[in-house]
Write a protein that binds this ligand. Structure first.
Ligand code: HEC
Length: 144
């Protein structure tokens, strides 16, 4: 038993190291402190839920522009490629029913372009996106 456990460890360690840049790792490192591991709104603080909501943010160009420029995401310091992978992962894991049946995943080039076009007032822009999605019958809600 001991021997097979050692062999298992030896085989699995390199894999674990290779996963260090995977989106689930980046979420744990850069996002859970505020958004929790479950993507729910924590009882303390004004932090919006991701669970069951965040999928709406891939529905339109303006929503994608907002998503790519959310301050907590920009400030994480991840590269454009890592950001794209993280946002796609967040939508897949937490979007649930909010995620459209068919949608275009982000890539690094789109993140770079959206960052160059960053809205001057991100809070006002979030309200614009909220109104736009509301008009289409999708609710991201007001800030908690
Ligand atoms: C310091 C706390 C903090 C961290 C860290 C953080 N966020 Fe946030 N997040 C917020 C707050 C607060 C908001 C509401 C907008 C604002 O005030 O910036 C928000 C908004 C969002 C939104 C938009 C939700 C909406 O309904 O408008 C998304 C998506 C999001 N965060 C994802 C992430 C991801 C992914 C990470 C990790 C890279 C992250 N956040 C890191 C606090 C944080």
């Amino acid at each position: 038993m001991r021997l097979s456990a050692a062999v298992f460890l030896a085989l699995s360690l390199p894999t674990a190291a290779a996963q260090a840049v995977e989106p689930n790792y980046n979420y744990a490192l850069h996002c859970t402190g505020c958004h929790t591991a479950e993507g729910v709104s924590p009882p303390l603080g004004r932090i919006p839920p991701l669970k069951g909501v965040v999928g709406h943010l891939v529905r339109s160009e303006d929503a994608r522009l907002y998503f790519a420029n959310v301050p907590g995401i920009v400030n994480s310091g991840l590269s454009a490629d890592e950001t794209a992978a993280l946002l796609n992962w967040v939508v897949e894991v937490f979007g649930e029913k909010s995620t459209p049946e068919s949608w275009t995943p982000f890539n690094g080039a789109e993140i770079k372009a959206l960052r160059k076009a960053a809205p001057a007032d991100i809070m006002a822009y979030r309200k614009h996106v909220q109104d736009e999605l509301d008009a289409q019958g999708y609710s991201i809600g007001a800030y908690p």
